[in-house]
Design a protein around this ligand. Structure first.
Ligand code: NAD
Length: 429
């Protein structure tokens, strides 16, 4: 294997699509804690699915790269530049969980990867697997794909620590230039500050990705989730820019609630209802918006009203974990961080390193396995992705699950990490 052989490197063609060779190099980070054992299980499942689907005509050539504790102990760096370069060169990669180094000045490795590769979409599909014990009565009604903006918002990390010289300087400038706004600060001693940037460009590229996904996957609804009733110039602007984008770029295949509202005001209730009915009959995507707190209620009470959600960074952070909990899948939820313009994507387990479980063959590898399924689908290796997800669903249904999913399940036959991976491989037909 020669990792500099360009015939095995994923490239982006002039029309922006990815060209995937039959034997692509894919860099991977096994991760810290339980990472190496869930990686071993996930890798064998992915390899088996590809072999089943393409009978040896396609195969992934895995390239191990370092990050986290393993990298730090080898070369003194948590995220070596060679690892970032590998993700840039090979475009698609996958990773296990990484320890967030504790101590001043060291940023989260996950956040660093997203920022440095400008992976502006955090993609979190949430669907129920039969057999999993869920806290709601009808978890099978949940089939929602969440697009969370990944580079802006309070997550941008523009913060001033209380009582720091930076914070004092910022407050001085703020008071000098915006005295009326500064007067709204009640306690100026021991005051931490954070800026919330939300841009038109950042909002548009996120909503465009969600719309393109909805079109490609024949999804009926796209919902913009925002807190624009309170934060008008950031969250509210996200909503307006999202609608502008949809009405400008997707007018042939989408109808927005904002258009419906405008019709209602100009031509009356009946005309608006009729226009929406016609749009549905024509198979158009209905794009609406919901305020964040209402969205948390509605996904619980009426989950079938949602299929794709596009939202700002912090909302998406909360909502993606809440949705995963709703279907009992917090430990198995997969995720991907993607830049649809460059094609770069990093697929990942969404849970942490679970250090207390490390090395005990107890951890559930499903999150990383399902991230692998997302990766295969992203590569266009749909047949392998289908085989993988069907096998995983079949094994979970029979109750052969790891200890975390066996709890409260009377039909469970608990398996170790390795044995669970083997059971999924064996279930592929
Ligand atoms: P954690 O996700 O590691 O653990 C939370 C709980 O979930 C624990 O009870 C753990 O045992 C359980 N758990 C997690 N993954 C599991 C699996 N695959 N199978 C069965 N049970 C599982 O979160 P934490 O304890 O807050 O964080 C530990 C470390 O992981 C920290 O350094 C944190 O920064 C890091 N972290 C990394 C990522 C990432 O790389 N994406 C995400 C979250 C946390």
């Amino acid at each position: 294997m020669n990792p500099s052989d360009p015939t095995h490197t994923i490239i982006q063609t002039q029309d922006g699509r990815l060209s995937i060779p039959a034997r692509p190099f894919i860099p991977y980070i096994p991760g810290d804690g339980i990472g190496p054992e869930i990686w071993a299980a996930a890798r064998s499942v992915m390899d088996q699915a590809v072999a089943r689907a393409y009978g040896g005509e396609r195969a992934i050539q895995w390239l191990q790269v370092q990050a986290g504790e393993a990298a730090f102990s080898q070369c003194g760096e948590w995220l070596p530049s060679t690892t970032l370069e590998a993700f840039k060169t090979y475009r698609i990669g996958i990773k296990g969980p990484l320890t967030t180094p504790v101590g001043g000045g060291i940023r989260s490795l996950n956040v660093a990867l997203r920022k440095d590769l400008d992976l502006y979409v955090c993609l979190r599909p949430v669907r129920y697997f039969e057999g999993i014990i869920a806290p709601v009565r009808e978890p099978q009604k949940v089939d929602i794909t969440l697009f969370r903006e990944n580079t802006e918002d309070l997550y941008a990390g523009i913060e001033f620590a209380a009582n720091s010289p930076e914070s004092a300087q910022f407050l001085e400038l703020f008071s000098a230039h915006f005295p009326q706004m500064a007067a709204r600060l009640r306690f100026t001693d021991d005051l931490g500050l954070s800026l919330k940037p939300v841009s038109r460009a950042g909002s548009e590229r996120l909503v465009r990705a969600a719309m393109q996904y909805a079109v490609a996957h024949h999804k009926p609804f796209v919902t913009l989730v925002h807190k624009g009733n309170i934060m008008k110039f950031t969250e509210g602007a996200f909503r307006s820019w999202g609608y502008d984008l949809v009405e400008r770029e997707f007018s042939d295949c989408a109808f927005t609630s904002r258009q419906s509202e405008a019709l209602r005001r100009s031509a009356g209730e009946e005309a608006a209802a009729q226009a929406e009915q016609e749009a549905r009959a024509a198979g158009k995507i209905i794009v609406n918006d919901v305020i964040t707190d209402a969205a948390f209620q509605k996904v619980l009470l009426n989950p079938e009203a949602f299929s794709v959600i596009a939202t700002t960074n912090l909302n998406g952070d909360y909502l993606s974990d809440a949705l995963a909990a709703q279907i009992g899948g917090i430990g198995i939820a997969p995720g991907a961080n993607i830049n649809y313009n460059t094609g770069m994507a990093v697929f990942e387990a969404t849970h942490g390193t679970a250090p207390g479980m490390a090395g005990k063959n107890l951890a559930n590898p499903s999150s990383l396995i399902l991230s692998g399924e997302m990766m295969l689908r992203y590569m266009g290796w749909t047949q392998a992705a289908d085989i993988l997800i069907n096998a995983l669903a079949a094994v979970i249904k029979t109750g052969r699950v790891t200890a975390d999913l066996a709890l409260d399940r009377s039909d469970a036959h608990p398996l170790g990490t390795h044995e669970f991976g083997q059971a999924v491989c064996a279930a592929m037909s």
